[in-house]
Design a protein. Structure first.
Length: 283
């Protein structure tokens, strides 16, 4: 089977084909309005347009959605009393003593944040059960608001996801798309878990549409997506947890290039990489 790496950039889309006959590289102009067009063109140049290839794709779709604020319309559903966790954040400020620093532009509009009266203890013991009638009323409000997806973030769901599972199932029956925090990042610390879940909700619909269309056009090739950590996951996993691909494109660029950059410790003892490069003979 042919193995092909694809890195989509703003100007060019780069390809590396690995087969028994060796390595072949290719470069085509990117098509930002539809990145899959450039991918299909490059695959055709490499003789892989008819399917049957193992394609690993570094994508900037999720990256650009966040940077350009072109993601989904997200509603946040949280445990009542904790609706402002994302707004409060970690109290980190770029200018500690400046009271006039502009507020961060939120991914979730304040009016699309809702509280549910339920409670789970830190050890996973249910304290206040989920009120299904309240969930049904909430589903009606969410549909009326025209949200694209719901970020479901309930207290201590990392210890026991039962309440999130109940609410998630109920909202899905009502026809709503849901991303639940215990599936995205089942770890303690509310801000980190909820912010990651909100970003996942923000980019998942766009990424899912893109990958579904790309899989259909690849005609039987196996598609994997680069993660932010430089590894790869299946297209199905990337559709469900698109937050893992936020730095997919940049990480693919680092793994496929920059091998000659010199790493060194600066005067303060911090690790630096580049911009100096090793001479070709020593690479």
């Amino acid at each position: 089977m042919l193995r092909i790496g694809v890195d989509t950039g703003g100007t060019f889309t780069d390809f590396v084909r690995l087969s028994e006959s060796g390595v072949v590289v290719n470069k085509v102009r990117s098509t930002p309005e539809d990145p899959s067009r450039a991918i299909l063109s490059g695959l055709a140049d490499l003789g892989a347009a008819d399917g049957g290839a193992d394609v690993v794709h570094g994508s900037t779709v999720a990256t650009n959605a966040v940077l350009e604020r072109k993601g989904a319309r997200v509603a946040l559903v949280a445990t009542a009393g904790f609706e402002d966790v994302l707004r409060i954040g970690r109290q980190t400020r770029s200018e500690l003593y400046n009271f006039l620093v502009p507020e961060r532009r939120p991914i979730v509009e304040p009016r699309l944040t809702f509280g549910l009266h339920e409670r789970m203890s830190a050890d996973g013991t249910p304290l206040t059960p989920v009120d299904l009638e309240e969930v049904d009323r909430l589903a009606i409000m969410l549909r009326d608001e025209g949200v694209d997806i719901v970020a479901l973030c309930l207290l201590h769901s990392y210890g026991n996801p039962a309440h999130e599972e109940i609410v998630e199932a109920r909202l899905r029956v009502a026809g709503l798309e849901v991303t639940a925090s215990h599936r995205v990042l089942p770890e303690y610390r509310e801000f980190e878990r909820w912010s990651t879940t909100a970003v996942n909700a923000y980019v998942t619909p766009l990424m899912a549409r893109y990958l579904t269309a790309l899989e259909e056009r690849l005609q039987g090739s196996r598609l994997s997506i680069m993660q932010s950590n430089g590894g790869s996951i299946s297209a199905a996993a990337a559709k469900a947890t698109a937050v893992q691909t936020i730095l997919s494109g940049p990480s693919a660029g680092v793994v496929g290039a920059g091998g000659g950059s010199i790493a060194y410790l600066d005067a303060g003892g911090a690790l630096r990489v580049g911009p100096r490069s090793a001479p070709p003979a020593s690479r």
